[in-house]
Design a protein around this ligand. Structure first.
Ligand SMILES: [Zn+2]
Length: 332
């Protein structure tokens, strides 16, 4: 069977330039190597996924010129997710945890993704097969302590013990939604995804997802994490006088982009920002397949500025502090 990648955006808002870059790179990775590529709309966050978000995401990606070998919504997989949860509960590996964020923060262990590691406080609160469905507390999986060695296709490595780095992951949230890490690894495995291409901001959590794959007996895909679009944060600069950067999110969404750009002009602009084509190129995603090579994609994050009249402008490349800023990551 041919290799299979996927683009899996969350549908909690409209696409932004970073969403389109991630979609484009993931799609080019597959299309340039004969792999299949699936679109999976991650709509499990019921509070933040508003009516119309899923359809808008699909329409925006269609407009941009991307096509898919299959489309799915993560919420369609709920039954399968729950079957696996049931199995884990029966194996006595799931417990209920009611620790507040404050309480977890007080334990004081920073996690590589910028949050705090869960110290395992409630590990003894194992839920029984007849009680877990009605449980109103978040459910966590007890994972085994061990060292995981992992390296990314671009040479970055992140190794360590997932229990020490992150603590036991949440499987089902307080609102009943299946948690992101569990849904991601289950859906990748069910669809036969063996290549995961995504932004560098997700690199730190890969070790936790690998731990889940191992503990659930799932195959590990190959991973590649790419550069991000950043912007100057509103706050300006931090105490050291360094410009603060954040992911280019709030400033411009695809609705604003579509008022300013034709799809071909936007595709050319985004591709030029990461070094794939010269500035000023106008192209469709398919025009980029023949020459696509990861060695031509910027290794460094790219700082962009936006205004409605001039559109997007590349300011500079930088070692992205908003990206994989976690402990223990060595960049290749
Ligand atoms: Zn707890």
């Amino acid at each position: 069977m041919s290799a299979c990648g996927r683009f899996a955006p969350s549908t909690t808002g409209r696409a932004h330039p970073g969403t389109l870059l991630a979609a484009l790179l993931c799609w080019l990775d597959a299309r340039s190597s004969g792999a299949r590529v699936l679109l999976r709309l991650e709509d499990l966050d019921r509070e933040r996924t508003k009516p119309g978000h899923v359809e808008a995401m699909e329409r925006d990606l269609d407009w941009f010129g991307l096509d898919w070998d299959g489309r799915s919504r993560q919420s369609e997989n709920r039954e399968r997710h729950e079957e696996i949860l049931e199995r884990l509960v029966r194996e006595g590996r799931v417990y209920a945890c009611d620790c507040s964020r404050t309480r977890i923060r007080m334990a004081g262990r920073r996690a590589p993704d910028g949050g705090f590691a869960y110290p395992g406080t409630c590990r003894s609160q194992v839920v029984s097969p007849d009680r877990w469905r009605g449980c109103e507390r978040p459910l966590r999986l007890r994972i085994e302590s061990r060292e995981i060695e992992w390296s990314d296709e671009n040479g970055s490595t992140l190794s360590g013990d997932p229990v020490r780095l992150f603590g036991d992951p949440i499987l089902r949230r307080r609102d009943g939604a299946i948690a992101y890490h569990l849904a991601t690894v289950l859906d990748d495995a069910a669809a036969g995804v063996d290549r995961v291409v995504r932004g560098r901001d997700l690199m730190p959590v890969t070790i936790l997802q690998i731990a889940l794959q191992q503990d659930l007996g799932l195959a590990r895909p190959a991973y590649r994490h790419h550069c991000l679009f950043l912007e100057k944060a509103e706050a300006g600069s931090d105490a050291d006088g360094q410009t603060k950067l954040s992911k280019l999110h709030g400033a411009v969404d695809v609705a604003a982009l579509r008022e300013r750009y034709e799809a071909e002009a936007l595709c050319g602009a985004l591709a030029s920002f990461v070094g794939l084509v010269p500035a000023g190129t106008v192209c469709r995603p398919r025009d980029l397949i023949a020459d696509f090579d990861w060695s031509r994609v910027s290794k460094e994050d790219v700082v962009l500025a936006w205004d409605a009249r001039d559109g997007l402008r590349r300011e500079r490349a930088c070692e992205g502090e908003a990206g994989a800023g976690g402990a223990g990551i060595r960049r290749g």
